[in-house]
Design a protein around this ligand. Structure first.
Ligand SMILES: [Zn+2]
Length: 160
């Protein structure tokens, strides 16, 4: 693995954790609404795990702007514990719903691979267009030339 592919791998892993935290929160408040305790428990564990490692991954090494998502999922977990203490879990479910709606656009962008925009070297310096996966060394949006070797192609991680 060269350095760029390692960077891309880090981004992929960080985004995977962020996605896990998002799904964990969403499933957990759905489980509260439908009163399925086992699913709620599992979703909480997934959220704690993915939220914690997602936050570490997005804050350190290769800083990514989507650190807000794992951090918010951990705040949600804290809120759930507080609501459990006061026996007002429906309130937590409400907060979880807000979380899921608020981060839906971000998750959609992850799905579209636009998370590459969080790495400055991988976007056009002139117009901000994502350069991943291109085979010509010019930006298709504005024609600005860029270093093709500095941008990894998506989904082309080598087997180790
Ligand atoms: Zn451009």
């Amino acid at each position: 693995m060269n350095d760029l592919q390692r960077q891309q791998h880090r981004v992929d892993v960080a985004c995977g954790y962020a996605l896990g935290a998002y799904l964990g929160v969403t499933v957990s408040w759905l489980a509260v609404l439908f009163v399925i305790d086992a699913v709620f428990f599992i979703a909480m564990l997934v959220t704690i795990f993915a939220g914690f490692f997602g936050l570490l991954r997005t804050l350190f090494g290769l800083p990514l702007r989507l650190w807000v998502l794992p951090l918010s999922s951990l705040v949600y977990i804290m809120g759930v514990f507080i609501c459990m203490y006061y026996n007002t879990l429906v309130l937590a479910a409400l907060g979880g719903t807000v979380f899921s709606i608020a981060f839906a656009p971000l998750i959609y962008r992850l799905y579209k691979n636009d998370f590459a925009k969080t790495v400055p070297a991988w976007v056009c310096k002139n117009c901000g267009y994502t350069l991943l996966g291109l085979t010509e060394p010019t930006c298709p949006e504005c024609g600005q030339p860029f270093d093709l070797d500095a941008v990894p192609k998506m989904g082309e991680l080598p087997q180790e």
